[in-house]
Structure formats: C-alpha cells, structure tokens
Design a protein around this ligand. Structure first.
Ligand SMILES: [Zn+2]
Length: 256
C-alpha cells in the first residue's frame, strides 16, 4: 500500500510538473493560464496524446507532432523534477496529509519562481503569494500560533533587511523588488539563523556562477544575473544540509 501511495504521489508530481511548465512560461508574460495548451512554435492546439508528462516528449522524438520543431528539454526536466520532489517530500515530511499538501504547494511555488526568474527575470507575484501562504499555513501547526506569527514577522523583517538595503542602495540594479519580497518569506519560513544561512548560500553560489559566466564570456561584468534562483537554491541547501552548512561557515570564518 505504501509503495502504491508513493507511486501515486510520483505520478501526481509528474502531472503537476506539466502544469508548472505552463505557469513558468505564462505567468511572467501575464498570459491566461486557463487556455488550451498549444505548440510554442506553430500554435497548433495540443491533444491529451501530446500532453502525457515525460512520455509524449520522448515518444514524439522531442518534436512537435504538427510542425516538427524541436521542443525544449524544460518540459520533461521540470516534470521529472517535480515528481522527484513530491516523492522525497512524501517520504521525508511527517505523516500528516494536510502538512504534506502544504509542503507540495510550497515546493511547487519555488520551482516556478526558480525557472521564471532564470528565464524571464520575473518572479510572478502569484507564486510569491503561494509561497507566503504555504508558510503561513504551516505556522498554524505550531503550538502557540500567535507567538509563532509574531516571531515569524520579526524574522522576516530581519532577513529581508540586507536585501532591501542592496535594492535601495543600487537603486534596483543589484536586486529586484521580487528578491526583497522573496527574502521576506524566506525569513518567515526559516527564521533568522537559517534565513541568513540561505542568503549566505545564495550570495556564494551567485558569485561562483557569476564568475564562471564571465570567465566563459557568457556574461559581461555589468550584465545582470537573476538572483531569485540562487535564493531558492539557498533555501533548499539550508533545509537539507543545515548542520553541514553551519559547520562549514563556522570553520571558514575561524569560529570554533
Ligand atoms: Zn508545432
């Protein structure tokens, strides 16, 4: 039964992943997410046969069935990723169906934020809101909800402060306001200490990727790289490896 449930959650993840692909490409362009799916190139309407997660992509040889143009790897990758994330959360999050459901929504919002910002340099407000409301709902599982909310908002403001400062200081060229809003919810979600660990990881990863991109001449020193994806990675790294990360930071800065 447990294996069957896990399989069901994985398949659910693949299908939700297919929907996240629609959100990733339509929300930043403010297109309706309700319309029928169509090919990006020839705009031919797609049938269920073209939309089976992962399978259609490979069965149709990576191409649109109508115009034969090559399709992006984003489709199967996001579907598989969402399936894998759903399955891991199903295994790792304590067995409470509501709690699990909230974590699935939270993870989905982070996947869309990561890719929309990386592709279009826009973090859709609806996904910021989904992330925030998911964290808010998780607070209702705490013993003392009022205290948890008060501390949560305090932590949000403190974790947001450095990002807001950079935003104001660089007049929005270093960071977008989307990053400010995202760091607010990160503080709300993780608290001060882990929130700052997430910011720290995001800055380190951002610097490494930035240097690599400049070195291979993909970007120039002045060109912008979206920071949202690094914030999302920072959150994931902090959630999975908080102990190792804390040790590394302490060791690196000579605290013992
Ligand atoms: Zn086509």
């Amino acid at each position: 039964m447990e294996t069957f449930n896990a399989f069901f959650i994985f398949i659910l993840g693949l299908s939700i992943g297919s929907f996240l692909n629609v959100l990733i490409d339509r929300l930043p362009k403010e297109r309706s997410i309700m319309g029928r799916s169509e090919c990006d190139f020839c705009h031919h309407e797609l049938t269920w046969f073209d939309l089976v997660p992962v399978i259609s992509f490979f069965c149709l040889g990576r191409r649109c069935r109508y115009c034969r143009k090559k399709l992006s790897w984003q489709y199967p990758v996001v579907e598989m990723l969402t399936g894998a994330v759903f399955l891991s959360l199903y295994i790792c999050v304590p067995a409470n169906p509501i709690n699990r459901g909230i974590y699935l929504a939270l993870a989905s919002s982070l996947i869309v934020i990561f890719l929309s910002d990386a592709k279009y340099r826009i973090i859709p407000d609806s996904m910021q809101l989904t992330f925030f409301i998911s964290v808010l709902l998780l607070k209702f599982f705490d013993k003392n909800i009022i205290i948890s909310l008060i501390y949560g908002f305090r932590d949000s403001l403190i974790v947001m402060a450095p990002i807001l400062f950079i935003y104001l200081f660089t007049k929005g060229r270093g960071m977008g306001f989307g990053d400010v809003k995202l760091s607010f919810t990160i503080g709300f979600f993780l608290g001060i200490l882990k929130g700052f660990m997430a910011l720290y990881s995001a800055f380190v990863l951002g610097a490494i990727v930035g240097i690599i991109l400049i070195a291979i001449k993909k970007k120039r020193l002045k060109s912008k790289v979206a920071f949202g994806p690094f914030l999302v990675l920072g959150v994931i790294i902090t959630c999975i490896w908080q102990r190792e990360l804390a040790k590394m930071i302490f060791y690196f800065y000579g605290f013992k």
